[in-house]
Design a protein around this ligand. Sequence first.
Ligand code: BTN
Length: 269
Amino acid sequence: MKTDTLNASEIKRYLGSGEIGCQIYFAEEIDSTNTWAKQLAAEGAPSGSLVCANMQTAGKGRRGRNWASPKGESLCMTLILRPEILPQNASSLTLVMGLSTAQALRNLLGLDVQIKWPNDIVISGKKLCGILTEMSATMTGIDYVIIGVGINVNQMTFSDEIKDIATSAALEKGEYVSRAQIAAEVMKQFEINYHEFLKTSDLSGLREAYDEMMVNRGRVVKVLSPGNEFMGTAVGTNEKGELLVEKDNGEIEAIYAGEVSVRGIYGYV
Ligand code: BTN
């Protein structure tokens, strides 16, 4: 396999100066960049610090799943933020990162990626990227938010378990791509979108761009929220980042959390 160099100076080379990525912590191998980021944040790492690794031995996915992060192939990074917003608004930052990642992959690689609400990046019906946000807050407000991004970049094969639902940038593009360049582009896009988000502490200024990239929009979805399972048509998102689903009777329900399956994505037909 062609070697793709990933380290702090390589990312910095493409990133330039800005608040996002102001400090870069890099490890050749780590259990999870989210776990490391939490430790660094607790020790006082500044807002905008980026934590990155060449491979993870215990990458964490959503809902307690594992996240495979093979050496030299996947991009695993976690951003530390200390936003002055209410804790209940912090989950929207996941959507801000989803939008930023999708924009970066489109701008840099010309890939026709879409967002599967709330934060998977998909292409050709398969998953290219997942995002896991965690937060530490007290009665007085947010201490830190960490946003972990896992992008399948240079994988040419996947395990039997995920080969039908996962793809990589290299497979889609037909050539190896630079993880450092992708990391920098995602952070640059995030910096722009984060400033927009902070104006209102919600997604009012980003909703339109997000909805345009959303694979769910206008499609029949199966909502699998605990205790509330139904089918309907996804019509967009609101300023809180909730998915708006129109039921057969015309009623629109805002979905805050839970799994949403879309026909044709990850094999749901
Ligand atoms: C998902 O299940 O879709 C979310 C996957 C998130 C994976 C990333 S890789 C970088 C960061 N560190 C982790 O342990 N997880 C996130």
